[in-house]
Design a protein around this ligand. Structure first.
Ligand code: NFS
Length: 665
């Protein structure tokens, strides 16, 4: 695998055609990007930092600790395992905090919506009722806004809850809930777990790496099953649960003759309001006035995923493309909120007509324009932002859009979509998926999630996915990983015939689904937890998440959020492979993460830098589960005759998947 070395050439790591094309243009050569900074780096990464053994928790240090060397422990006596565990746990706490603060904003927006104070509405009433049940909110004879208000207030209270457990935990399979109880890691309140994690990793508090990791597990569960899942569900209720739609991805979605506004960050409240404002007659009038043919909203990063999933709005780029999007010179404004926004974006647009507009009081940056997104006037804020962007259009200078670079994708695979698509419109069910796993057409499920960065070549996701598909592993993807796979052409139904093993290709072709399913943003990794739970509940594949032939990876993880995600998957029983983890400085911590956690949670982490090996580890983990379930036997393929087909068809559309043309006995 190409890995960026100190002073390496960017040619080693760029495979995305639009990036290559753009960087070859004079216009882009004037701009300094992350690729230049990677090339120019004069020093190699600090080994203590990479291995997790640099302790900066108190002012007696910084202490650089070497495992097993008595003279190289912390001044306070902290050993390598304590230092590494504390650093790792703080990463989990930071990631959880990011998801939790995002979720809190969504709950607050949900409450405002229930009060009728936003332009949004309660759209998915079925999901509202299901969430109301989870939170013990009465639904009989009540207006949807009434229910939503009580639900929102109860949900908000769980952020600051001090005792008890989070309501959303009840959504997990029973055996998983029992395991959490046994391990004493049920989160009590979302914020409490982050605060306790920070306290326990303060100097001189928790100095037992396993005990620290126990709290890291509890904290991460507050993220996955608490904050993230809550955010996803309430967002769906407000903006609609995603259904399959076609869309486009890559720099070519920018338009020469339109006002291009890119939305970057994570909060769908802002993005949804911008979508509504873009259709406002006042804005459209302004667009006409400046001589543009329209207003073109395009997404970047996970905000991109949110509006892509729910509205089919094109994505201009993922995390690694954010500077490229601006280097085109074709963007009037990049509207950002929180998370994954590189500070360099404000530098890339220096001397250009483009505005970087920050919108959240938590996230400002020098050289950007700040226009606060007012929660009590979302449409007004969005219109003000768009007016500014539209006025920039006439100042547009030199530009270059790699026009041929836009790829078709099919997106919108929420848990409900998967349920209905596989089980049939009238009786959604995971039965056909479970059956196809049991009969061996599908070997298992591989989740590809998380970020991208500039240390490795940018085709890592593609290489892993291709291996998985070849081995009949259905791929579910979220975050920037999903965007990378979409850009690589794997989110089109036609990709099934090209990349999948026979069994998976057959299933995909019958349903007409792509072999890689876009499940949503990073917060929507909670949809994967829901899907795994549905597979357990459907029966036939064990009674815990750790029994399922499923495995996840975040091969190009960059953000702390990705580590929190990995930790909540492992703590829920799902095996996870990362390209590296900052724990190598402690033998005990490394062994605990890569093996020991299995005893506690039924799953553990794994690491590999090579994409083919990552896929290999995932497949091995899936095969191990298949062996344990006793379903790894080679089965004879049997052709279905017409009568058998008729019998199956009589059972409803759902059976079409398991009963296609031929089957296994
Ligand atoms: Ni996830 Fe989304 Fe992308 Fe990574 Fe950042 S945008 S929340 S953290 S980089 S996938």
């Amino acid at each position: 695998m190409s890995k960026a070395k100190v002073g390496c050439s960017i040619k080693d790591i760029i495979t995305v055609a639009s990036t290559k094309d753009l960087l070859n243009q004079e216009l882009a050569k004037q701009v300094r990007t992350a690729y230049n900074r990677i090339e120019d780096r004069g020093v190699s990464a600090c080994l203590f930092g990479s291995g997790g053994t640099c302790c900066r928790i108190c002012n007696m240090g910084p202490c650089t600790v070497i495992d097993g060397v008595d003279s190289m422990i912390g001044v306070c006596g902290a050993t390598a395992s304590t230092v590494v565990a504390r650093n790792f746990a703080r990463i989990v706490a930071a990631g959880t905090a990011a998801h939790a603060d995002h979720a809190r904003e969504m709950v607050r927006g949900f409450i405002e919506t229930a009060k009728g104070k936003t332009p949004h509405d309660i759209q998915d009433v079925e999901k509202l009722h299901s969430m109301a049940e989870t939170f013990g909110v009465e639904i009989e004879g009540r207006d949807k806004n009434d229910i939503a208000l009580e639900l929102g207030e109860k949900a908000l209270a769980e952020f600051g809850q001090q005792e008890g457990t989070l309501s959303m935990l009840k959504r997990a399979p029973e055996k998983v809930q029992e395991m959490w109880k046994e391990q004493e890691i049920e989160p009590r309140g979302v914020d409490r777990e982050v605060v306790e994690m920070m306290h326990r990793t303060h100097m001189g508090v928790d100095q037992d790496y396993k005990n620290i990791m126990k709290q890291a597990a509890r904290c991460s569960l507050a993220d996955g099953w608490g904050a993230s899942m809550l955010s996803t569900e309430l967002t769906d209720i407000m903006f609609g649960t995603p259904v399959p739609r076609r869309a486009l991805i890559d720099l070519g979605v920018l338009k020469e003759d339109q006002v291009n506004v890119t939305v970057h960050g994570h909060e769908p409240l802002l993005a949804e309001s911008l979508c509504m404002a873009a259709e406002d007659p006042e804005i459209l009038e302004l667009v006409k006035k400046v001589g543009a043919k329209g207003i073109n909203l395009a997404g970047v990063c996970c905000t991109g995923n949110e509006i892509l999933m729910r509205r089919g709005i094109s994505v201009a780029g993922s995390f690694i493309n954010q500077e490229m999007v601006l280097a085109t010179g074709a963007v009037e404004a990049m509207v950002v909120d929180v998370q994954c926004v590189m500070q360099s974006v404000a530098q890339v647009v220096k001397g250009k007509h483009t505005d970087i507009i920050t919108t959240n009081y938590r996230a400002k940056m020098p050289d950007a324009v700040h226009m606060q997104f007012e929660e009590d006037n979302p449409l007004g804020s969005a219109k003000a932002i768009l007016s500014r962007a539209v006025k920039n259009y006439k100042n547009r200078g030199e530009m270059y859009i790699p026009k041929d670079q836009k790829f078709d994708i099919v997106v919108g695979f929420s848990h409900e979509t998967i349920n209905n698509m596989l089980g049939g419109r009238f009786r959604g069910s995971y039965r056909p998926l479970n059956d196809n796993i049991i009969n061996g057409r599908i070997k298992g499920v591989g989740a590809m999630v998380g970020c991208e960065h500039y240390k490795y070549s940018d085709d890592v996701h593609f290489k892993i996915a291709v291996e998985l598909l070849k081995n009949n592993v259905l791929v579910l993807a979220t975050g920037c990983a999903a965007q990378a796979l979409g850009r690589a052409g794997l989110m089109r139904p036609e990709a099934a015939a090209k990349y999948c093993g026979e069994g998976l290709a057959e299933v995909c072709e019958t349903i007409g689904m792509p072999p890689v399913l876009h499940v949503g943003s990073c917060v929507d990794n909670s949809r994967l937890l829901i899907a795994l739970t549905a597979m357990v509940k459907e029966g036939g594949l064990g009674d815990k998440i750790s029994d399922l032939p499923a495995c996840g990876t975040a091969p190009l993880w960059m953000s702390e959020k990705a580590v929190a995600i990995g930790q909540y998957f492992v703590s829920s029983g799902a095996h996870v492979v990362f390209q590296n983890l900052p724990v190598t400085g402690s033998k005990e911590m490394t062994e605990y993460l890569l093996e020991g956690m299995k005893d506690d949670f039924g799953a553990c982490w794994a690491v590999s830098e090579d994409p083919v090996k990552i896929a290999g580890k995932m497949i091995a983990a899936i095969d191990e589960k298949r062996d344990l379930l006793g379903i790894n036997k080679k089965q004879d393929r049997v052709l279905f005759d017409m009568e058998m087909r008729r019998d199956l068809d009589a059972g409803g559309t759902g059976q079409a998947v398991t009963g296609m043309g031929c089957g296994h006995k």
